[in-house]
Design a protein around this ligand. Structure first.
Ligand SMILES: [Zn+2]
Length: 250
């Protein structure tokens, strides 16, 4: 009897597409996936309408704001919203899929003094960032016993909750000479997002420079102008002018 009942329950555990419209749930497209709530991104362990409905009912304010039926004549079609959210979620998962490969090594930025020198992070550093394993291990051991850095870190950075300030610690205070592999690895991680931005803004500037009115622009000239457009360097114009002798006759 018991076995029979369990069998029926198992058979029933299939995701109904209409749960997306009714309860804002989707089923991610991978093996063993559980239904995900589109409102709060939580999963429900049991794939049954009772559990899904019960979860949806916890979002009372959402159900009130976006009721399925307002009155007899005005029916709100939330299919568009749910479809949009679903594709957004898929896009996020696709775009950030690679971050799973470095989920341990990014801890180096904020828990560098407590990481185990032979933890999983070192495998990720070796596979993804192509670091030299032996060098990295030697450097992290030395780094963790560096009292000056440790005190500085504890004083200034350990209490902060903003991730971006860790960049400052690594970029400003960790010596490149003493910890070349470690520093290069952290710099790579700190600039992962920044480099996408720099790249895109450089292409945007190139489109401005290389417009249709500049038909005689040479490659050499373009390169020079790109350098000027993208550099952060501020030339000391006053000194440059003073060092030149101007010929007013020309
Ligand atoms: Zn939810």
């Amino acid at each position: 009897m018991d076995r029979k009942r369990r069998k029926i329950e198992n058979e029933n555990r299939q995701f109904c597409p209409e749960w997306m419209d009714l309860y804002c749930f989707i089923l991610p497209d991978r093996v063993g996936a559980l239904p995900v709530c589109l409102i709060c991104n939580q999963t429900v362990a049991v794939m049954k309408v009772f559990n899904i409905k019960r979860h949806y009912e916890t979002h009372k304010s959402f159900a009130e704001k976006f009721p399925l039926v307002v009155d007899e004549n005005h029916e709100i079609d939330i299919t568009n919203f749910t479809k949009f959210l679903e594709s957004l979620k898929t896009e996020f998962e696709r775009r950030y899929a690679d971050f799973r490969k470095i989920k341990n090594v990014v801890q180096l930025l904020n828990s560098s003094f407590t990481l185990q020198p032979d933890g999983e992070w070192i495998n990720e550093a070796e596979n993804v960032f192509k670091c030299n394993r032996a060098h990295l291990q030697m450097e992290i051991i030395e780094f963790q016993s560096d009292d000056v850095l440790k005190n500085l870190y504890n004083e200034k950075y350990s209490k902060t909750e903003i991730d971006s300030t860790y960049d400052e610690f690594w970029l400003k205070y960790v010596s490149e000479k003493k910890y070349p592999t470690l520093k290069l690895l952290t710099v790579k991680m700190c600039t992962m997002f920044g480099s996408t931005y720099v790249c895109e803004s450089a292409f945007l500037k190139m489109n401005y420079i290389k417009n249709k009115f500049r038909s005689r622009l040479t490659n050499e000239h373009l390169e020079m102008m790109m350098k000027i457009a993208t550099t952060n360097h501020n030339p000391d114009l006053k000194q440059l002018v003073e060092s030149k002798i101007c010929h007013f006759s020309h």
